[in-house]
Design a protein around this ligand. Structure first.
Ligand SMILES: *[C@@H]1O[C@H](CO)[C@@H](O)[C@H](O)[C@H]1NC(C)=O
Length: 436
């Protein structure tokens, strides 16, 4: 089984993952550091002095070329007294996904005549979250889950269905003791059940599903929940949280062709060096517009992002500076680079960047590349081989997911990221590390 192989591979490697979730109050200390760095950061044109091989060291805070004080990050990364590729706490992480003995088998709780269907919303990250939550929602309702439909009209425009991204049979079989899953709503007496379409509020908890969905389900027998993203509470009964882990880390895997291509990319990265950092850089124009933040691009930026905001009609930014001070803005590539350097990663480190369209393109990326010249993406380490995937944004994102998943260090510049390490998920990721 693909999963077994992967698990052995992980155990064999004894690689310890360091997750660096940035936008999280737990890491506010980091943000203060970053605020200091970004305030004193040199402009992109004079970042040259920030990248030198590690054998050079300079720890001075020296005046910049124009006499303006410039904060200089130690050239060697500065913190080489510890192993920057491992985490001291990793030894305390353990798998948490095995159900407790009191968790009943699906066969004993599933009511026939209760079918739950969902339609996801958004790109790959949101899809995964929606699918995970849908399994748990079906379990709460003692219903049979119908293989989720994917949002094919989102911003990301990908016509793939579930089976073209995820391994359906594995999904069904791995979860067979937890939730009954079928590919289609069955026909009864020649007529197929027509599901009743409705939505649930965001972060709906167990009670909320019982109060809102159950009565409809009892009456209509099939319900389809649409725009299904973040529709389940983060705080749930432990056995339901464990079920979330089982779906995310055990049941939900990509199709063979995606998995194989992803492994090729990982292999390419490993050929380049022993370790690599994966950075999920969310810096697309829509993302920046949505953040309500200002990124220093002057009138051009105000106009361009303003146009997107106007289209949505929802966003009013009262005080972008305050948003930034409160750590609510995605870090820019330069800020990510400075933060990594301050954490001790030198210019010899290899970085894989998972990203869509970067606002400002090469110009925005240049300062990060200046700090970390060993800079790769799937497009730079593979070309022709990507063709079968390239017109499907979710399949491309899945390739990035695999490279991020296999990385030694995972960094993200915002909390809606590819490995789902936003606050509630940090716990899950850490506690599932033994199986990851
Ligand atoms: C689901 O089944 C369990 C076990 O029989 C029961 O305790 C629970 O109330 C049921 N929930 C719903 C929503 O039917």
């Amino acid at each position: 089984m693909a999963f077994q192989r992967r698990r052995q591979h992980h155990n064999h490697q004894h690689r310890l993952r360091v997750v660096v979730p940035i936008i999280s109050s737990v890491f506010s200390a980091l943000l203060i550091l970053f605020a200091l760095l970004s305030f004193l950061a040199p402009s992109p044109s004079d970042t040259d002095h920030l990248h030198h091989p590690r054998r050079f060291t300079s720890t001075d805070n020296v005046d910049g070329p124009t006499g303006v004080p410039v904060f200089r990050v130690q050239r060697d990364g500065g913190k080489l007294d510890r192993d920057i590729w491992s985490s001291r706490n990793a030894q305390f992480y353990h798998g948490c996904s095995i159900a407790s003995s009191k968790f009943a088998k699906a066969g004993d709780v599933t009511h026939s005549n209760r079918y739950l269907a969902i339609v996801t919303s958004g790109g790959l990250n949101q899809q995964r979250t929606g699918i995970i939550d849908a399994v748990v929602a079906a379990r709460i309702l003692n219903a049979t889950l119908v293989i989720p439909k994917l949002d094919q009209k989102s911003f990301w425009k990908d016509a793939s269905d579930f089976s073209e991204i995820f391994d359906v049979d594995r999904f069904i079989s791995v979860l067979s003791k937890d939730v009954k899953i079928i590919k289609q709503i069955p026909r009864k007496g020649g007529k197929s059940l027509t599901p009743y379409h409705m939505r649930v509020p965001r972060k709906c908890n167990e009670k909320c599903y019982q109060n809102r969905v159950l009565p409809v389900l009892l009456k209509r027998h099939a319900v389809q929940l649409s725009k299904f993203d973040y529709r389940l509470a983060n705080k749930l009964d432990t056995d339901l949280q464990k079920l979330r882990c089982r779906v995310n880390y055990h049941a939900l895997s990509f199709t063979d062709s995606i998995q194989k291509m992803g492994e090729k990319l990982v292999h390419q990265m490993r050929m380049k060096g022993k370790h690599y950092i994966a950075l999920h850089l969310r810096f697309e124009p829509d993302m920046l517009a949505f953040s309500g933040c200002y990124y220093g691009g002057g009138d051009k930026e105000r106009k361009e992002l303003g146009a997107i905001r106007k289209r949505w009609k929802t966003l009013h930014i009262s005080n972008p500076d305050k948003e930034r001070r409160h750590g609510k803005c995605p870090l820019t590539p330069l800020e990510v680079g400075l933060m990594l350097r301050a954490l001790g990663y030198g210019s010899d480190v290899h970085i894989y960047v998972a990203s869509g369209e970067v606002y400002g393109g090469e110009e925005t990326l240049a300062p990060l590349k200046a700090l970390f010249p060993n800079f790769y993406s799937k497009e730079t380490i593979a070309s022709k081989e990507l063709e079968p995937f390239s017109s499907f944004s979710s399949r491309m994102a899945a390739l990035d997911f695999i490279v991020c998943d296999e990385s030694d260090i995972f960094v993200t510049n915002n909390n809606g990221n590819i490995l789902g390490t936003s606050q509630p998920f940090v716990q899950m990721l850490k506690s599932s590390i033994g199986y990851f």
